[in-house]
Design a protein around this ligand. Structure first.
Ligand code: LMR
Length: 350
């Protein structure tokens, strides 16, 4: 049995389901093609329209409508209406369609099977804050980290922020003491081996679960808590089910903007050029949206008042980091690449 039994495995049965879904999706959607632009992009994502990712996707669609009218149509599907993110990635891999593109911005954790170096983004306490994340994303190292995606027919077009993650929990006590406060607590995580290990080292019980199931399972008590960025906790009302939020800022939640490569390479060069320009512009807007959401959504949760927000002191933060940082990093350094990790640390130290 795998060391990480809950980690989503892409197997034959699953692939057949995704292929069928893809076939029916494209079949159903291709009818629109007759009356719309010759190229259609279906942009699927998992969160609300109001989050940094939701807003950036909408801005992308608006700019494409303005600048590529009659050439490209973008249709947005929020809240996993079309796919949950890991199925979107599989659908992209399977799609050989040249005029219908599948696009999205899955969380970096969702690329676990397709680009192991991207697991570095999941490492706890690698980044002190978003400025650190931008140092890495804006450096040439990022091309090395996404290179394996090409073998799977996925083209990476950019990186969007959500924010640093905090923990939320139901119960009589907030998560402040590590490992004592985590003991016996089931914490929902994304599809990430790094997060799985991190929660174990913190003393808790990790539970991998798709984002769309989190609210319900918090309510049912299947999970006690979860880790996420402020905009997701606010827009999905996770706070309704949680007594405490600990401002731990222990790791980063961000996205790789991706599209199926076959579609991308079939596009005329001028359209590709314009799409790249638009992605650059909306990425700048995304950083503004994320910075604003991290402040405003936190304030909104505080104002509602049903969830107490606890900020870790510097000493506590150091204790948390001391317990998990090196242990987790050592476990994944070979998979991520030891040389690559050295380069990442050098870039972050600058
Ligand atoms: C999560 O699963 O918590 C996030 O990946 C959701 C998202 O897309 O922000």
């Amino acid at each position: 049995m795998s060391l990480y039994p809950c980690i989503y495995q892409h197997g034959k049965i699953k692939n057949t389901v995704v292929q069928l879904l893809l076939f029916t999706t494209l079949l159903g959607l291709s009818a629109c093609q007759q009356t719309q632009a010759p190229y259609i992009i279906h942009f699927s994502h998992s969160v609300d329209h109001t989050t940094p990712k939701g807003k950036t996707a909408r801005l992308f669609a608006q700019l494409v409508k303005k600048r590529l009218a009659g050439k490209v149509t973008v249709k947005i599907y929020p809240n996993s209406e079309l796919y949950i993110d890991r199925d979107l990635i599989e659908a992209m891999i399977w799609s050989k369609h040249k005029t219908i593109g599948l696009m999205g911005a899955p969380s970096l954790s969702d690329f676990i099977h397709y680009a192991k170096p991207l697991q570095a983004f999941d490492l706890p306490y690698l980044f002190n804050d978003i400025t650190d994340v931008h140092k890495l994303v804006d450096s040439p190292i990022i091309d090395k980290m996404t290179a394996p995606l090409a073998q799977h027919g996925i083209k990476a077009l950019g990186f969007w922020d959500n924010g640093m993650k905090v923990f939320s929990i139901r119960g009589a006590k907030p998560l402040t003491k590590i490992p004592a406060d985590f003991r016996g607590k089931t914490i929902r995580i994304q599809n990430s081996k790094v997060h799985y290990e991190m929660i174990k080292v913190m003393g808790g019980i990790p539970k991998i679960m798709p984002f769309k199931k989190v609210y319900k399972n918090l309510g049912l008590g299947v999970i006690d808590g979860q880790e996420n960025a402020w905009s997701n906790i606010y827009s999905k009302k996770f706070y309704e089910q949680q007594d405490y939020i600990t401002v731990s800022n222990h790791s980063y939640l961000g996205y790789a903007v991706v599209i199926n490569a076959e579609f991308w390479h079939n596009l005329p060069a001028d359209i590709r050029h314009e799409l790249k320009t638009i992605i650059k512009e909306v990425t700048k807007a995304n950083r503004r949206y994320a910075a604003k959401a991290n402040k405003q959504d936190r304030e909104a949760i505080a104002a509602i008042g049903s969830t107490k927000i606890i900020t870790l002191s510097n000493t506590e933060r150091k204790k948390w980091a001391h317990r998990v940082k090196q242990k987790v990093e050592a476990k994944f350094s070979s998979e991520i690449g030891k040389e690559l990790l050295k380069e990442i640390h050098k870039t972050l130290d600058k």
